[in-house]
Write a protein that binds this ligand. Structure first.
Ligand code: OSB
Ligand code: MG
Length: 371
């Protein structure tokens, strides 16, 4: 693939329903899309950094200049054989993994078209169908949350994850378990607790949770290991795993028994596959996390979820849970059995709605040689 130009766009897409975590509420998802133009083939990638640096350090205001000023220029004019070669070309730039992932993943999509393979096969997937769960944000009342859970269970979803924070946790989990004693249930704290909450966190063990996601600091493994020794519920790490090396260290110290893999958080498909592999080697199950992606990021998540060790239902769910109209066609749909059928077309596997994307674009920059 000869990379001739890269288009970067900022998109604003209103959510069907607000999404609230321990760090705040989102009503309109603002994100970047990148397009790699390679001799007639266009590959799309989504930068999952949010509008504000609350989930992690990246946000739109950092990803834009990193992509246009450093990462895209490192690719322009190159003739690559594979998307993974982007890793070496980006290695001088520290961190900024979500920005890197957007571009690397766009190149994987180009490679898939060139090789006439569906993306899931190119990344080494083994499943034709992936299992879906949902992540349900903090609501205004517990009754509203219970109603949402009832809707998602009726739609077939196989695992319910709820967001928790101090003041929205034990009572909420108790009410859920009273109504549904046996469903696969987990919770995600997005770093809302500290070790001083250990006695409180022990009480989560009553609810037979599949896992508690990132209870402590976003950059920690060591104290998660200390907590894991004191609670029965499996800890799953999200925020603090940026690489395969992080995953290895976290597992070695006993910080988690499950790993959430987000392709943006770890810097792209290459690193996501390495995280997957080290976890498989230690027999630690993984699942695919979500960042409220549009169809483009969602299509990448579907492909990633086909790898062998993605053996728990992920946060990859139907387009219509998020958007009135998604940016791809067909939209991502979930069967009444709570599964997504993986598309078989070469490349991304979905058609990108260029017209809609242009309408939703609030700013755009094209990086090409000499620019
Ligand atoms: O911690 O998994 C998270 C959304 C934004 C930021 C962080 C997280 C999430 C989700 C949503 O839980 C998952 C999704 O439905 O895309
Ligand atoms: Mg999480």
């Amino acid at each position: 693939m000869k990379i001739e130009a890269i288009t970067v766009r900022e998109i604003h897409l209103p959510l069907v329903h607000f999404f609230e975590t321990s760090f705040g509420r989102t009503t309109t998802r603002k994100f970047l899309l990148v397009t790699a133009h390679c001799q007639g083939i266009e590959g799309w990638g989504e930068c999952v950094a949010e509008a504000h640096p609350y989930y992690n350090e990246e946000c739109l205001a950092t990803a834009w200049p990193i992509i246009t000023g450093y990462l895209a220029p490192a690719l322009i004019g190159r003739n690559l054989k594979a998307g993974r070669e982007a890793v070496g070309l980006f290695s001088r730039v520290r961190g900024n993994r979500m920005a890197k992932a957007a571009l690397e993943n766009a190149l994987w999509a180009v490679e898939a078209v060139e090789k006439n393979l569906p993306l899931w096969q190119l990344v080494g997937g083994v499943r034709r169908e992936i299992e879906c769960g949902v992540s349900i944000g903090i609501q205004d009342t517990v009754e509203q949350l219970l109603e949402k859970i009832a809707t998602e269970l009726a739609a077939g979803y196989r695992r319910i994850k709820v967001k928790v924070k101090p003041g929205w946790d034990l009572d909420v989990l108790r009410r859920i378990r009273e109504r549904w004693p046996d469903i696969l249930l987990s919770c995600d704290a997005n770093s809302a607790y500290t070790l001083e909450d250990t006695e409180h966190l022990k009480k989560f063990d009553r609810f037979n949770l599949l896992m508690i996601e990132q209870p402590l600091w976003n950059d920690d493994f060591y104290f998660h290991a200390r907590l894991q020794k004191q609670i029965q519920t499996a800890i799953c790490l999200d925020e603090s795993i940026h690489s395969a090396r992080d995953a290895e260290a976290a597992m070695e110290v006993g910080a988690c028994r499950i790993v959430n893999i987000k392709v943006g958080r770890v810097g792209g498909f290459s690193e996501a596959m390495r995280v997957h592999d080290v976890c498989r080697g230690k027999r630690v199950p993984v699942w695919c996390g979500g960042m409220l992606e549009s169809g483009i990021g969602r299509a990448h998540n579907v492909a990633l979820s086909t790898l062998e060790n993605f053996c728990l239902p992920g946060d990859v769910s139907a387009s219509k849970r998020y958007w009135k109209e998604d940016l791809i066609e067909p939209e991502v749909e979930v069967s009444p059995q709570g599964t997504i059928t993986v598309p078989d077309q070469p490349g991304l596997g979905y058609r990108v709605k260029q017209d809609l994307i242009e309408k939703l674009t609030v700013r755009q920059e094209v990086v090409r040689s000499g620019s």
